[in-house]
Design a protein around this ligand. Structure first.
Ligand code: PMP
Length: 313
């Protein structure tokens, strides 16, 4: 994951090299965290020599909803934003896994922390990105000493940049103590999510994840996992999870655009079950991996191939 100055991004209504996409230091979004963002992936499949965007319409819909919560007026429609992601892929002629960062931000040079009467703009850049977490092994996690911000502090349903100070505090605390990732509790003390991923637990064959009211982001991977599990005939519950249920879970995993499906080996120094990836996690992870490159017959409509001419299938 690195800065590629020559890669083509979208900024102020134009496609241009990322190194030319600059903003004034007075920009409202920089001063107050008044930016809402998305994060989606394009998966490269060598067999069809194509890049597949994963649920781009759903990502742009969530971005628009985040903007609505923050009283922003998106300058582009959801479908135009999908077009920008497609165009960025084409202009960079990607033949690899890509991460796209679309965002709407308060671009006015304006002093007061408010939402109304401050202008908004939209931009998008992309990065070459394989795994964000090392998914070849289990995650070693700790419950964070930082609580998840809640709905009435900074809405977690919206991906507001300012809210990610909370994620950064938890992630750094976990990593600087030698772990891979943090697990947040919500303001009531129930399990919420990771610093940038949703969490799932398996108990007695049932797949369980915290409800959307537990200060979680309404993750698109979360929803995809729920849908895949139901297709597999599993029972899925969205219910509160207590901290110590994590310790005695049969299986635990994170999921998200960055994390994909990352199994959890340890929570608060307790090894989860036998310390190996569990069968349900493996099944869902394998199916998810097929789905993102358009090879899962039941979910083919989740992906959008970018290059028409490169598709041979
Ligand atoms: N929770 C948080 C706080 C996140 O930042 C993310 C990443 N967008 C997720 C969950 C996972 O959401 P998604 O599956 O839509 O990427």
């Amino acid at each position: 994951m690195s800065y590629a100055p020559e890669s083509i991004a979208y900024h102020q209504g134009e496609y241009k090299p990322l190194k030319e996409c600059n903003e004034n230091i007075m920009t409202h979004a920089l001063q107050y965290g008044t930016m809402v963002f998305g994060g989606l992936r394009g998966y490269y499949d060598a067999e069809s020599d194509n890049v597949y965007l994963f649920r781009p319409e759903d990502h742009m819909r969530r971005l628009h909803r985040s903007a609505h919560i923050m009283q922003m007026v998106p300058p582009l429609s959801e479908s135009k934003m999908v077009e920008v992601a497609l165009e960025i892929t084409r202009r960079n002629n990607y033949r690899c896994n890509v991460y796209y960062r679309p965002f709407i931000y308060k671009d006015a040079l304006q002093l007061s922390p408010r939402l109304h009467d401050v202008s908004d703009d939209f931009a998008m850049y992309s990065l070459v990105l394989d795994d964000y977490l090392d998914t070849s092994r289990g995650m070693r996690t700790v419950v964070s000493s930082w609580r998840r911000i809640d709905e009435n502090i900074i809405p977690t349903r919206a991906k507001v940049s300012g809210g990610y100070a909370n994620s950064a505090l938890a992630k750094s605390e976990a990593v600087q103590h030698g772990f891979d990732e943090a697990i947040f509790l919500d303001s009531r003390g129930f399990v919420s999510e990771g610093s940038a991923e949703n969490i799932f637990m398996v108990r007695d064959g049932v797949l369980i994840t915290p409800p959307v009211a537990a200060s979680v982001l309404e993750g698109i991977t979360r929803r995809s996992i729920i849908e895949l599990a139901r297709m597999e005939g599993m029972t899925v519950l969205e219910r509160d999870i207590a901290r110590t249920e994590l310790y005695i879970a049969d299986e635990l995993f994170f999921c998200g655009t960055g994390a994909q499906v990352a199994w959890i080996e340890e929570v608060d120094r307790r090894i989860i079950a036998d310390g190996q990836i569990g069968p349900i996690t493996r099944r869902l992870r394998d199916r998810f991996r097929q789905a993102v490159i358009g090879k899962d017959p039941e979910t083919r409509n989740w992906v959008r191939p970018v290059f028409e001419s490169r598709v041979n299938a």
